[in-house]
Design a protein around this ligand. Sequence first.
Ligand code: PAZ
Length: 308
Amino acid sequence: MDETTSFFESAPLLKDADNITSKLTQFIDQNSSSLSGSSGPRRVVCVTSGGTTVPLEQRCVRYIDNFSSGHRGATSTEYFLKSGYSVIFLNRRGTCQPYCRSLPDDPLLECFELTNDSCIQVQESHSEAVKTAIREHHAAVSGGLLLKLPFTTIFEYLQILRLIATSMKILGANGMFYLAAAVSDFYVPWDSMAVHKIQSASGPLDMRLAQVPKMLSVLRKEWAPTAFCVSFKLETDKEILLEKADKALKRYKMHAVVANELSTRKELVILVTDTAKVSVYRENHNSDVESPLIKLLVDKHSTFIKNT
Ligand code: PAZ
């Protein structure tokens, strides 16, 4: 049994799998039969966002996590929607959501206030931001253009990604994957994981983590062989960033890899393809690097569709 099969066979059953599948089927059916303006069938992108956790116990008290805030995925989702795409937003629960970027950290408590007659109203200072967020989010969801699917663990993430990819197969070249989530490289296989909370009485903890199978290869070869695939490469050492991005491009046969460095990721990304490496900067402090990045990717996707 290869390592991908054994990952899925030993993973805990995905709760809600039937419900997710039926939401996906409905979303893809609706979008594959609708047209996007003058440019032919509607394109659908799966944007992954935020980091996966690695549980250390089956009845999980402790887990390994990572830094990802979900800002890249949420912002990119807004720009894809603006460009006429429909978006499946596979996001880590509790991370940044589309259209919520200009709201304070705790919108419920910071944007609203009680009036004298105990009614709730939006504070004047936040009223424009709240109205815009509600209006645009509602338009995208109720228009059938945005489907949000949450995950927490590496097991949920990969199982849902596989469901999305296989449902998107019928879209052919009109489908895109934009894999911005920070996915764990190591995990504890479910069948070798402690069931109950690990006890500290027996001293220091030695733990061996298995390598998460390289799912980008499986996505390209089996799950979504006709879709346009963009993956991300994050490093903290800029000396190795481009070399690693290039390797990922070739090894996983991606159509593009977005390379970024942890400390400058909101200002600069480098789009690596087999013909060029293009530095993409945000225009100024108030703009998003995702705006020019998504523009470039939409153009590349158009060329890909034309040539397919
Ligand atoms: O989620 P965020 O906005 O804080 O960060 C975005 C990012 C750095 C996670 C993303 O751009 C990225 O590089 N994702 C892939 C990470 C990786 O190499 O596993």
